[in-house]
Design a protein around this ligand. Structure first.
Ligand code: HEC
Length: 114
């Protein structure tokens, strides 16, 4: 029973990472520019300082690489509070299709970290 549950969970992981790999970073870039850049800044470098609290660099080295795709998918679709972060981070699950979210994640993965 337990093995079956683990197997079921793992098939979700596989599907999820396969989806991120199949994300289209070019399309993700356009979506990021439209929906995310206002707060997260160009190339996710952080803040639009007109916005409180200031949104930090999204691509901190030694940080973003360790965030699993599933975590990014969760916070993007369900918003900041779902991971204990600011509720200024909106939930995009009703606005963006899952494939669009994977496209954005694929784009975030192409950004330089620093
Ligand atoms: C209204 C401003 C705003 C918009 C628009 C916005 N975000 Fe955010 N986002 C935030 C804030 C504020 C946080 C929390 C930052 C923190 O607590 O470090 C956040 C956090 C995040 C995080 C989690 C980072 C971490 O350190 O765990 C991700 C990923 C993210 N946003 C992606 C996106 C994406 C992708 C979009 C566009 C679909 C988007 N955001 C649009 C404000 C925004």
């Amino acid at each position: 029973m337990r093995a079956a549950a683990i197997a079921a969970l793992c098939s979700v992981c596989v599907t999820a990472s396969a989806a991120a790999e199949s994300g289209d970073p070019k399309h993700g870039e356009a979506l990021f520019g439209q929906y995310c850049q206002g707060c997260h800044g160009e190339k996710g470098r952080g803040g639009a300082h007109t916005f409180m609290p200031h949104v930090e660099n999204l691509t901190k080295r030694g940080y973003i690489e360790y965030l699993p795709d599933e975590y990014l998918f969760g916070v993007i679709t369900q918003g900041g509070p779902s991971v204990g972060k600011s509720s200024y981070m909106p939930a995009w699950g009703t606005k963006l299709q899952p494939q669009e979210v994977w496209d954005i994640i694929a784009y975030i993965r192409t950004l330089p970290t620093y």
